[in-house]
Design a protein around this ligand. Structure first.
Ligand SMILES: *Cc1c(COP(=O)(O)O)cnc(C)c1O
Length: 432
């Protein structure tokens, strides 16, 4: 199976080349050249995450050096569960909990899958692979955790100075060894721009073997389709219906993975994007015109993205605005509504949402009643609330217990340096 750039169908490469490169040489994103056909009848009765991941990897890596390793990669990346828990007795509303990994956010799946893949690629002549990652909060922690202590790889984490929560910052800066962390003077979009310009800079490419672990990397996206596969198959089995998902969205990686799963034939009906006050995608669907925005800070900080990279993948699938409107709908949820939803759902269901998950829970409330009745609906819970305890605890009036994985991270010493948002200072940082 081969992959091409969103900007040039002629620019083709293999699965492992796409993973190693991260971004296509023309600045586009890699997308599959054809889609595997995987309707429900082609799946085992009740696949585990690891089984589904093996199957998908075999399809996407068909003919590639990584294909024989599919089962090992899947087992390594999907070593923790993604439980589906009901919110109502009638099965009309459930929560997909994607926060049971080492850094308690859904990005653990993608980061661990990518790490397991990259480690199995033949090394180029003893050169260290430099993973550059721009993070609005959660990516960096998940990527650092996934690559920490892996030989032959270093990780450079760039996060916007002063714009991540203290708990998040701890997870970005507590690693050491082969992971170095930088607070960039700027926004997440500045961090992302810096990473993108590093990849297209010829002299940096000569000096370092750079790779990306952001959700622009195909190796992050593909594994995210796995839990949409298992969840939609489980819901079909129990209800005979296709599941609809509400996905807290920023850079649109998680949402594109769900769209890809549906494209391959999995039983998925509606896909709803829950955005915070960064409403560019909502505006696009309403007006038909794309206007990249300067990101604004919100309580759901991992979604503070003004110019989502993966929109390019979405537009490649749906170039016409009407096709895009058929494919997804979107809501923008402001901070006040996030806070209100966390309070109300704690009272109503006894469940505690992180601010990101709360945008999806709020979007569910705002669905037109006809659409809501079509159900069953799944709210995608992207992070554990303890990661955002500073925000959540005052709203619900009690402490949120951290899972053991997070407690371990909280106990480590924090180390980082600051960085200007220029390519030159990044070059120096990489050299030091
Ligand atoms: C990254 C992140 C999101 C947004 O996911 P995208 O794939 O960037 O759209 C939502 N919630 C949490 C907790 C995240 O870490």
């Amino acid at each position: 199976m081969s992959y091409c750039s969103t900007r040039d169908p002629q620019l083709q490469c293999s699965f492992s080349q796409a993973l190693r490169a991260g971004l296509a040489p023309d600045g586009g994103l890699f997308v599959p050249q054809r889609w595997p056909v995987l309707p429900p009848s082609s799946w085992p009765a009740n696949p585990t995450l690891a089984q589904a991941a093996t199957l998908l990897t075999q399809e996407f890596a068909a003919g590639d050096t990584l294909a024989p390793h599919a089962a090992d990669i899947a087992a390594e990346a999907f070593a923790f569960p993604a439980p589906l828990t009901d919110l109502t007795d009638d099965g009309s509303l459930a929560v997909l909990e994607l926060f049971h990994g080492p850094t308690a956010a859904f990005k653990d799946f993608g980061a661990r899958f990518l790490a397991a893949c990259l480690q199995r690629l033949p090394q180029t002549a003893g050169r260290t692979l430099n993973i550059l990652v721009a993070t609005s909060g959660d990516t960096g922690g998940a990527v650092a955790a996934a690559f920490h202590h892996r030989p032959g790889v270093t990780v450079t984490v760039l996060f916007p100075e002063g714009q991540v929560s203290p708990t998040q910052q701890q997870q970005l800066t507590c690693w050491g060894d082969n992971v170095q962390s930088f607070a960039v003077r700027g926004s997440f979009d500045d961090c992302q721009r810096l990473v993108k310009s590093a990849f297209v800079d010829a002299s940096l490419a000569q000096q370092f073997q750079l790779s990306s672990a952001n959700s622009i990397n195909l190796g992050r996206l593909l594994p995210q389709a796995v839990y949409y596969a298992t969840t939609s198959l489980a819901i079909l089995r129990r209800s005979g219906q296709s599941a609809s998902f509400i996905i807290p969205s920023g850079n649109l990686g998680n949402a594109v993975a769900c769209v890809w799963a549906r494209r391959m034939g999995l039983p998925i009906a509606d896909i709803v994007l829950a955005h915070n006050s960064n409403h560019g995608v909502v505006d696009l669907l309403r007006t038909g015109a794309w206007q990249p925005q300067v990101s604004v800070r919100t309580l759901a900080s991992a979604m503070d993205v003004g110019n989502p990279s993966n929109l390019e993948r979405l537009r490649t699938l749906f170039p016409q605005i009407d096709a895009l409107r058929d494919a997804v709908s979107a809501f923008t949820i402001d901070d006040a509504a996030i806070e209100k939803r966390i309070r109300e759902d704690y009272r109503r269901y006894g469940r505690v949402w992180c601010p990101h998950t709360a945008t999806a829970a709020e979007a569910y409330q705002r669905l037109p009643s006809e659409q809501r009745r079509r159900g069953p609906w799944v709210i995608v819970a992207t992070a554990h609330p303890a990661k955002f305890r500073e925000i959540v605890e005052p709203l619900i009036g009690r402490e949120v217990a951290a899972p053991e994985s997070l407690q371990n991270l909280f106990a480590r010493p924090s180390r980082y340096r600051t960085l200007d948002g220029t390519l030159e200072s990044l070059r120096q940082a990489l050299s030091s």
